[in-house]
Design a protein around this ligand. Structure first.
Ligand code: CU
Length: 352
């Protein structure tokens, strides 16, 4: 089978295999392709042979009546049934692997915009139309769009995920080969869609660290902390309870009770929603008085605010998505210090 796969790869229509998913996706594709070819040739061949074998040999010939063959019918029903279920199971397993968020991943925030890709690394390093990633490390992309639908497609990694305005989508991979690979937008997004391309650069971890070291940057959590103060969020969300809004210290990754009796998990999506549409899910015992910040903050700023709230969130290091941004990046500098929002007397009107 590996011989077959390698032969398959020699053909110019398969991109390089540069992520941990690539081989199995290709094998799966090869299996689908093999089954299709097998049955196409089999059916065509059988049709041809039967046409010749059972043709009318003399005028007025009356064919022999066939009364059915139970064994044959069961065989051609059960076998394809098993094959189809096998394809489903294999595909579902792959899908599950690819769309289950990994633990301890390097988390990179990506925004799509007509017509470019922006990425922000956990230590604040930014780039446009490029994505630097370290070899052999789980990398998780959290993505959103500033305008229309896009899709982040890295053929060599066999990963593709929609990038949707107003929502976070994620994808992940483990790069397995140093090199530079294509990055495409795979969703028609306007006149210059075809130009919305870039490069994914897989580096040795030490080279990646060196690359991170260049340029001026501010960790997202630190930028978020500044923004938290400049938007006056801290006039309602105190470090301790008692503000007009709930405290945000220690809430990330926990379940909070809402005023309608239900509970919600405090994750990226919930924080984003609460910034843009504060009335959607109001925390129990608080008044729905927080104004919307729609139009005042960019997606990147929202991501920074989330990074900040995450950094002052649950500190027990339970891994998963609740890990502070910096924990995913051991060699980088630590994320913002613990909460330091000033707590002046109430003014403004914000509440989660
Ligand atoms: Cu696009």
């Amino acid at each position: 089978m590996t011989l077959l796969t390698s032969f398959f790869l020699q053909l110019p229509f398969m991109p390089e295999q540069a992520s941990s998913f690539a081989q199995e996706v290709d094998l799966f594709y090869l299996a689908l392709w093999g089954l299709t070819v097998f049955f196409t040739i089999g059916v065509a061949l059988a049709a041809g042979i039967f046409m010749i074998k059972y043709r009318r040999k003399r005028a007025g010939e009356i064919p022999e009546q066939v009364e059915g063959a139970m064994l044959l019918e069961i065989t051609w029903t059960v076998l394809p049934f098993i094959m189809a279920l096998g394809i489903f199971a294999w595909g579902a397993k792959l899908y599950y692997q690819m769309y289950t968020e990994p633990k301890d991943a390097l988390e990179i925030f990506v925004t799509g915009k007509q017509w470019m890709w922006r990425a922000q690394h956990p230590d604040g390093q930014r780039e446009i139309n490029e994505l630097h990633v370290p070899l052999g490390r789980r990398v998780k992309l959290t993505m959103t769009s500033e305008d229309v639908l896009h899709a982040y497609f890295i053929p060599a990694f066999r990963t593709k995920a929609d990038v949707v305005p107003g929502r976070y989508t994620t994808t992940w991979f483990v790069p397995t080969k140093v090199g530079t690979y294509h990055l495409f937008c795979a969703e028609y997004c306007g006149t210059q869609h075809s130009g919305m391309i870039g490069k994914v650069i897989v580096q040795e971890p030490s080279d990646y660290q060196a690359w991170l070291g260049g340029g001026t940057k501010e960790p997202p959590a630190a930028a978020g902390q500044k923004l938290f103060a400049s938007l006056a969020c801290n006039t309602c969300h105190y470090e301790k309870s008692g503000g007009r809004g709930p405290t945000l210290v220690g809430v990330y990754g926990t379940d909070v009770k809402l005023d309608n009796g239900t509970t919600v998990k405090v994750d990226d999506a919930y924080i984003r929603e609460s910034i843009l549409n504060p009335m959607a899910k109001v925390v129990a015992t608080y008044q729905p008085v927080m104004p919307t910040f729609q139009g005042q903050v960019s997606e990147e700023q929202i991501a920074n605010l989330i990074a900040y709230i995450r950094s002052i969130g649950k500190q027990d290091g339970d891994g998963g998505t609740a890990a502070p941004a910096a924990a995913a990046q051991p060699a980088a500098k630590p994320a913002a210090p613990a909460a330091k929002p000033a707590t002046p007397p109430q003014s403004g009107a914000k509440q989660n």
